[in-house]
Structure formats: C-alpha cells, structure tokens
Design a protein around this ligand. Structure first.
Ligand SMILES: *[C@@H]1O[C@H](CO)[C@@H](O)[C@H](O)[C@H]1NC(C)=O
Ligand SMILES: *[C@@H]1O[C@H](CO)[C@@H](O)[C@H](O)[C@H]1NC(C)=O
Ligand SMILES: *[C@@H]1O[C@H](CO)[C@@H](O)[C@H](O)[C@H]1NC(C)=O
Ligand SMILES: *[C@@H]1O[C@H](CO)[C@@H](O)[C@H](O)[C@H]1NC(C)=O
Ligand SMILES: *[C@@H]1O[C@H](CO)[C@@H](O)[C@H](O)[C@H]1NC(C)=O
Length: 560
C-alpha cells in the first residue's frame, strides 16, 4: 500500500450538514477500492455532544436527476426496491451509545438437534439458531442484523454458505446443506449490527457525492479541473454528459473559461464523508464490524455418509439453497452446469477460436490477468493503456484466441483515463456481432456503493436491453455475469462499498437478469465459502475456480 494513499486532513466544513458532525477527508490514490486506509477520527468522541434530531431531509432526489423510465421499467424498479427492503430498526434513544445495539460478544448460536433425531448424513440439512443481544447483554427484540453463516472443514478444503433467516425478533436461523462427509464447523459472523444499516442507507441518499471525481478541461494553453459525479449538487452551472443512447447520467461542474466540450479526462477525486457523532462506533473492527459470534455449546458436527434412498443436496435456480460448495479446494456447483476442471492445456483448447469480451470493474480484469498468466500462447498487445484502467487486448494467433478487457463506464474510481475511453457496457455490447465463437463476460458492482440503488438498477436495465438484443441477433453468444463479493471491511470501506450494499446489488442483479439466457458466477458464495479471508480482489485459488465455472459455461461437458 502506497503511503501517499492516505492523507488525512483537519475538519472539513460542509454547509449541508450539522456543525458538530464528524468529518473526514481521505485522499485515496488510484482505485480507492484497493486502499486499506484507516480513517482516523479527529473528534474526541467522549467530549462531543451528539446532535440528535437531523434537520437534513432525504435530499438525494433533489440533486440526483433520474431519467424518466418506461412504465414497465418504473414498475420493475419499484418492485426491486420493495424486494430488497431491509427490516426496520427502532430509532436509538439520544445520545447515541452502543449500549442498545447488537453486540456479537454477547450473542451466540446453537446447533439444533437433527430433525427426527439421530446423526446427520450427507444430504441432510443442519439448522443453527442465532440469538442476538446488545452490549448490556439484553436480548434484541428486532431484526435487521447483517449476519453471514458458513460451514467448513479446513483439512478437507470444504466450505458451504448457509442461508440466514431473520425472524425479526432478535433471533435468526441459519440453514446449511450438508454436501460432504466428515466434520463440519459452523461459523457465524456479524457483518453489521442492524443499527448500522440505516446509516449506510442515509449516506447513499444524502451524500451520493461523498466519493467524487474530477475531469481536466483543456483547450490551447488554458486548462481547468472541475468536480464530476453521477449526482452533482446544482450549486454552479453544470456540464451534462448524460449518455444519449442509454440515458446514463454524468455531470461535471462547468469550467469557468472553457466549454463543456473541452473535457479530456476522468479520474477519481476525493472521498469525504460526514458521519454524525458516534456513528463511527457502529463500524469498529474487532467490536461490531465483521466479528465472529461464538457458539453456546459445540460448533462442530460429524456428517455420516448418505443414507440409502436419500435425495441429493439440490439447489434450485431460485435462491433458496447454496449455488455450490468447496471440496478439496474445488468449487462444485449444486444444480446447474457441472463445473469441469480445466488444466492449462484444456483452457487453451476450450478458448480456441473464441473471442472473449470482458467488461466491468477490476474484479473482471482479474480474469483477463489470470488467463494471460496461464496461457503461454497468449500475448498481451501493448495499447499503452493506463495501468489498471485498460483497455487491454491479448492475442493467441496460433489458436485464434482474442481476449479483450475494458472498464465499465462512469462512475469509476480509477486512475486518470481519457474521456474517449469511457464506454458504457450496454453500448459496447450493442457494438458486438456475437455468435457461437463469442463470449461476453461482465461484472459491475464495486464502484456503485455510494449511490441510491436506482442508479444501479437503471444501469442494469440498460445492460439487460443490450444483452437481450445481442441474444436476439446472435443466440449462440455465451453471456456470463459475475456477481459482487465480500471484502475486507474497515470503517472507510464500509461507508463507501459495504458488503451490505454488495448483497443488495446482487439481489437486484439476479432479479434483473432472471429469465434471460445468461450464466452467473456466484462470486458472493465462492468468496464466502472459501477459507481465505474476504478480499475485494479474491486471491488466485478462488479466481482459478471462477475460471473453471466460466469455462464450464463456454465448453460444457459433452452429453451433460
Ligand atoms: C478525550 O477526552 C477525555 C475527557 O475529556 C480525556 O480524558 C481524554 O484524554 C481525551 N482523549 C484524547 C485522545 O484526547
Ligand atoms: C434464544 O432465546 C430464546 C428466548 O429468549 C431462548 O428460549 C433460547 O433458548 C435461546 N437460544 C439460544 C440458542 O441461546
Ligand atoms: C422469534 O421468532 C421465531 C420464529 O417465529 C420463534 O421461533 C422464536 O421463538 C422467537 N423468539 C423470541 C425470542 O421470541
Ligand atoms: C441532461 O441531458 C439529458 C439528455 O439530453 C436530459 O434528459 C437531462 O434532463 C439533462 N439533465 C440536466 C440536469 O440538465
Ligand atoms: C489436461 O486435461 C486433459 C483433459 O481435460 C487431459 O487429457 C490431460 O492429460 C491434462 N494434462 C495435464 C498436463 O494434466
């Protein structure tokens, strides 16, 4: 990590918010996503008197301009927003203290006895009850805590994600499929207490511009830099760069001397955020941010071989069971396409004669990098692109393979790139012929964590329209979508790109592309089920498994 990445400043005065609120500016370099900056609180929290009643209305609609939607899209947007509504959390009494918030240290889980008694067998379900309590040890009476559950066996390289059910009364269930024989250890993690979720929601509503961007304008010897965003407060004249084909919004403040046409590049600007006093306490590593919850009693069960006549562990396409599990470090799908294992020569065989178009954020670029590293015949062509931004091209002449990777359009938290390289995924897909030799692979999630969900929904609706057109004109095209995944969370990462938001984005993504002939890489489960720590950029053993999933869609088992 570059030490220049974290430059802390003194208080930042923002007129829109209350004077006593905690303010932070962190200047990140390059992709803010990759930073491990720690935000330091300048405020001695024991001496601050928290302003309790906010006078700040939900203002995002006043400066996020949304293009009108067709009646169908508008209805879909409303249904999507309803479908991801999070349980309400009672408003905390003033002044805010942690006392009545969820405390993982006072909470516990218990493995329930097998239904019908006896021992667990492969194919059974295991149920775990989780009781949440607050910092005073009192049982919570409401739901909304963001919990993750996992069953694993490190020696066997095995892991599977459990489905968490919120009973809305302070108790939760986690239900696991049992796909392997042997020991299995239950792990339950509190990612965010329920009280943190309204803070995240509020920030995306009120401060969608807390990560901001900048553009250089230049003409002749004059140059100016202004601030840009999806949602820009109309405090000065704007340049409107809304994409005419997709309607995707983008704005910069108008330069004083130059015209809007003189914009030549785009870059990540700064990160500023304005928490109310004490709110940072809801995001403390080791306290209430991604902390394990202990078991009351045993946390391990032994799973016996499958009983005769028992059905296989199945997962339906609806999201009720896990989409797969690890065994000996290898991802196996439950339902859907069988995941084949591709060694390097098999990867080359599968991709022979193919063109692979990759669009998205850096988590999609990882696939490009992986394939380049393992396929000896593949040579990257130097386009002199900015590092980590692309676009990238790689060619294997002998096997007629072309790989291409390009960032999705703004918002992108990224190094300086020319405006001519800013392309929306939907427009790029519209430019493809497609066909049985074409693979389209995209993933778009990690740069949207600071905005109202409408921004993400509209982006996906645009991409879906383009995918539908592509599959109409070239039905043989293989289209694969990578979901978002869990990350290492600090305070600043939580506030700009929380796992909670990624989870919500994934639900929307699944719903938007449901019914289309597209394939998913369930990066969410593939990261959660794995024994390696959560990372925005999953490490190579996980990427290898994702590549196997991708190639299994491109080159499915014959006859299977
Ligand atoms: C914060 O304020 C308390 C009470 O005034 C004081 O005891 C403590 O030393 C202060 N801490 C810091 C880091 O300034
Ligand atoms: C959870 O709380 C309920 C109600 O207080 C109690 O009956 C139950 O035994 C608790 N379960 C666990 C696993 O602690
Ligand atoms: C919470 O709700 C679940 C499901 O309805 C129930 O089984 C459980 O006993 C309830 N727990 C408490 C503490 O009320
Ligand atoms: C920006 O331009 C688009 C497309 O022309 C238009 O629909 C939208 O109303 C404009 N937005 C603003 C804030 O001017
Ligand atoms: C790679 O896999 C193929 C089948 O998928 C197999 O025939 C071949 O022997 C393997 N090569 C190596 C080096 O393991």
């Amino acid at each position: 990590m570059d030490t220049r990445a974290c430059i802390r400043r003194e208080y930042f005065a923002i007129f829109f918010f209350l004077a006593a609120a905690v303010s932070i500016i962190v200047l990140h370099n390059m992709e803010v996503l990759e930073t491990t900056c720690q935000i330091q609180h300048k405020v001695n929290s024991t001496t601050i008197i928290a302003p309790r009643v906010s006078t700040v209305p939900d203002v995002h609609r006043s400066f996020c301009t949304f293009q009108p939607l067709s009646p169908n899209d508008a209805l879909e947007e409303r249904l999507l927003l309803d479908s991801i509504a999070w349980p309400k959390t009672p408003v905390l009494p003033a002044p805010l203290s942690l006392e009545k918030t969820s405390d993982p240290a006072h909470s516990s889980f218990t493995i329930l006895p097998r239904r019908g008694g006896g021992q667990w067998h492969v194919g059974d379900q295991l149920e775990v009850k989780i009781n949440m309590s607050d910092f005073q040890g009192r049982p919570k009476k409401s739901g909304g805590d963001f919990l993750l559950a996992r069953l694993h066996n490190q020696k066997l390289g095995a892991g599977v994600v459990g489905q968490v059910v919120d009973h809305l009364n302070g108790s939760y269930s986690a239900v696991f499929s049992l796909p392997w024989e042997g020991d299995a250890q239950v792990e339950v993690t509190l990612v965010h207490p329920s009280e943190a979720v309204p803070v995240l929601n509020r920030l995306n509503g009120e401060q969608p511009d807390r990560i901001y961007f900048k553009s250089l304008f230049r003409s002749g010897s004059i140059s100016e830099t202004t601030i840009c965003n999806v949602c820009l407060r109309p405090t000065q004249p704007l340049c409107n760069y809304t994409d005419l084909r997709t309607g995707e919004p983008w704005f910069c403040y108008k330069p004083k001397k130059l015209s809007c046409d003189a914009r030549i590049n785009h870059a990540m600007g700064n990160y500023k955020q304005n928490l109310r006093a004490y709110e940072h306490k809801l995001f403390q590593r080791g306290v209430n941010l991604k902390v394990f919850i202990r078991a009351s009693g045993l946390n391990i069960v032994t799973i016996l071989p499958k009983m005769k006549g028992q059905s296989e562990v199945k997962s339906s396409s609806v999201k009720s069971g896990p989409s797969g599990y690890y065994y000996q470090g290898v991802w196996r799908a439950l339902g859907g396409t069988t995941v084949r294992q591709f060694n390097n020569s098999a990867i080359g065989q599968c991709l022979k004669g193919k063109v692979v178009y990759m669009y998205g954020d850096s988590t999609v670029r990882q696939f490009f990098e992986y394939l380049n590293a393992v396929l000896p015949g593949l040579k990257e062509f130097d386009l002199h692109s900015p590092k980590k931004a692309g676009p990238y091209i790689s060619l294997d002449y002998a096997n007629n393979i072309l790989l291409m990777s390009r960032f999705h359009g703004p918002p992108i938290r990224i190094v300086t790139v020319p405006t001519s390289e800013l392309r929306y995924v939907a427009n790029e897909i519209d430019g493809l012929v497609g066909g049985t030799n074409a693979v389209v692979l995209f993933g778009i999630w990690a740069h949207f964590g600071t905005f109202p969900m409408e921004i993400y929904i509209r982006r996906l609706q645009n991409i879906r329209r383009a995918v539908a057109r592509l599959l109409d004109r070239a039905p043989g095209t293989v289209v694969i979508i990578r979901t978002g995944n869990a990350k290492a969370l600090s305070l600043s990462v939580s506030l700009t790109n929380s796992d909670w938001y990624s989870l919500q984005c994934n639900k929307v993504l699944r719903a938007v592309f449901k019914g289309l002939n597209v394939h998913l890489i369930d990066a969410w489960e593939m990261v959660l089920a794995h024994q390696l720590p959560h990372n925005l950029h999953p490490p190579s053993p996980i990427i290898k498994n994702m590549i196997n999933v991708i190639l299994s869609y491109v080159c499915p088992q014959k006859g299977g």
